[in-house]
Design a protein around this ligand. Structure first.
Ligand code: TRP
Length: 331
């Protein structure tokens, strides 16, 4: 009897040990799945220009607001391709082989590069003007797979209607863009059909990198009465150069984004990129909390506002109608 009793307490003791071990490994298991709780996020950006920087900062600020803080429970690896397509591939491959938990791709060329490298790691793209045309997703609603993100609705028609209100006399318009950027090509297509309806002539000036922007702008001087720049990353990163040429030639430059107005363009009808970045950050935080990107619909920011550079207007001798100024954001 004594022996059995001893045996009984001994097995109780082992049962307790077993339970304690289960509880301990159970706890460790929870954090272990997140590699100690810290998730690795790769941010890939095609080039440095003010709009993309605003977007990136807003994404990081929003993540923090949602409880994901760099250096604490997330680790952000930000890589900029400096406008070089070959860098995009190297960066994407680094994120994929490093088994990052989430990739955030800022602008179309970056998103195109990462979607080509992984079908598994969640990807949130940001500010892609035409995600379907660029081959990033096949549909906007619940796109499926590992990819979703945000889009900036840029309407060539709206921008050109504003242009015709400010400078009704224009007949020939120069289109300055990188023909390798799908985001620009989509907007230029719309520009050309609008121009045709309105009886305007479009003169193309295409570039393939930032160093060609000055020459391309100069090639339009004397040939057109205004310049149109879509939502083009290559031209945006050289915008001060364009603005200088245009200022000397007294040419109005109508652009696709507020940042390009700030950098010396004349006017746009554009979205708020801080808002777009915040929305991208919210999506990223949902995915970090376990949501499946393919089940989150692509969000297109549609709210547009007028942005005017009053200093540019004065320098090129253009008077902006009062009713436009009344509702515009002025730089
Ligand atoms: N929409 C651009 C793209 O699809 C990215 C972009 C965001 C951009 N803001 C901009 C380009 C401002 C030029 C200027 O790649």
């Amino acid at each position: 009897m004594k022996l059995t009793k001893k045996k009984g307490s001994l097995s109780l003791f082992f049962l307790f040990l077993l339970l304690a071990a289960l509880v301990l490994t159970g706890c460790a298991g929870n954090t272990g799945a997140d590699e100690g709780g810290v998730k690795k996020i790769g941010i890939i950006q095609i080039v440095e220009h003010p709009s993309l920087n605003t977007i990136r900062e807003a994404i990081i600020a929003q993540l923090e607001q949602e409880g994901f803080k760099d250096g604490e429970n997330i680790e952000i690896d930000y890589q900029n391709a400096q406008g070089e397509p070959s860098n995009l591939k190297t960066i994407s491959q680094k994120f994929v082989t490093g088994e990052y938990d989430l990739i955030i791709a800022i602008a179309t060329p970056s998103a195109q590069a990462v979607v080509g490298e992984t079908k598994e790691i969640p990807i949130i793209f940001s500010a892609c003007t035409d995600p379907i045309g660029a081959g990033i997703v096949t549909q906007l609603e619940r796109p499926g797979g590992n990819v979703t993100g945000t889009s900036d609705a840029v309407s060539a028609e709206k921008i050109m209607s504003l242009a015709l209100q400010i400078t009704p006399e224009i007949e020939k318009i120069g289109a300055l863009y990188n023909s390798g950027e799908a985001n620009s090509v989509a907007v230029i297509k719309e520009l050309k059909s609008f121009a045709q309806q309105q009886g305007l002539t479009v003169v193309d000036a295409t570039v393939s990198n930032t160093s060609e922007v000055q020459q391309a702008t100069l090639s339009l001087v004397g040939k057109v009465e205004a310049i149109f720049i879509p939502i083009d990353n290559t031209v945006a990163s050289a915008m001060p150069v364009v603005a200088e040429v245009a200022r000397q030639a007294k040419l109005p430059v109508y652009v696709g984004a507020d940042s390009m107005v700030k950098d010396g363009g004349l006017a746009t009808y554009g979205i708020n990129y801080e808002t777009l970045g915040r929305e991208t950050g919210k999506m990223a935080s949902r995915v970090l909390s376990g949501a499946n990107p393919g089940e989150i619909s692509v969000l297109t920011i549609e709210d547009v506002e007028i942005y005017i550079n009053q200093e540019t207007a004065e320098q090129i001798g253009i008077e902006i109608p009062e009713e436009i100024l009344a509702e515009a954001n002025i730089f």
